[in-house]
Design a protein around this ligand. Structure first.
Ligand code: RB5
Length: 146
């Protein structure tokens, strides 16, 4: 499984923590930055992960900023991205089951490290339920201005 991750400075520490967990568990993680706590702009990293997930062979992405809000909004501007801001195991599971989210967003200042790992596991262990496809098709049509 190939996973794209990225963050701004507000999500940097949580990104590193989740990255090390996933890497230890033998997942192929590609980190699109940022690489330090120096201030950067979250749209740059939401865009990179969004493009990777929609245009390359990634299974999904995880993005992080202070709250997860700004970077999820940014990633969602890329056509084909369904980025979900998730804040507990339930929202993580439902983001996959109902929305087939291809990116999840977490807040480095709002989500504890141990909780973040449970959230990532809940998302990864969930399966999309095809009965929701009609709604995803409607989202696609919004992207096509239909
Ligand atoms: C950066 O200070 C902060 O605004 C950003 O990480 C994020 O929380 C925005 O949504």
């Amino acid at each position: 499984m190939k996973i794209a991750i990225g963050s701004d400075h507000g999500g940097f520490e949580l990104k590193e923590y989740v990255k090390s967990y996933l890497t230890k568990n033998k997942f192929n993680v590609v980190d699109f930055g940022t690489d330090s706590l120096d201030p950067v702009d979250y749209p740059d990293f939401g865009k990179k992960v969004g493009l990777a997930v929609t245009k390359e062979d990634y299974d999904f992405g995880i993005v992080f900023c202070g709250t997860g809000i700004g970077i999820s909004i940014s990633a969602n501007k890329i056509k084909g991205v369904r980025a979900a801001l998730v804040y507990d195991e339930l929202t993580a599971r439902l983001a996959k089951e109902h929305n087939n989210a291809n990116i999840i967003a977490l807040g480095g200042r709002t989500t504890a490290k141990d909780e973040a790992l449970k959230i990532v596991d809940a998302y990864m262990n969930a399966t999309y339920e095809l009965r929701h496809q009609k709604r995803l098709d409607k989202i696609n049509k919004i992207e096509e201005n239909e």
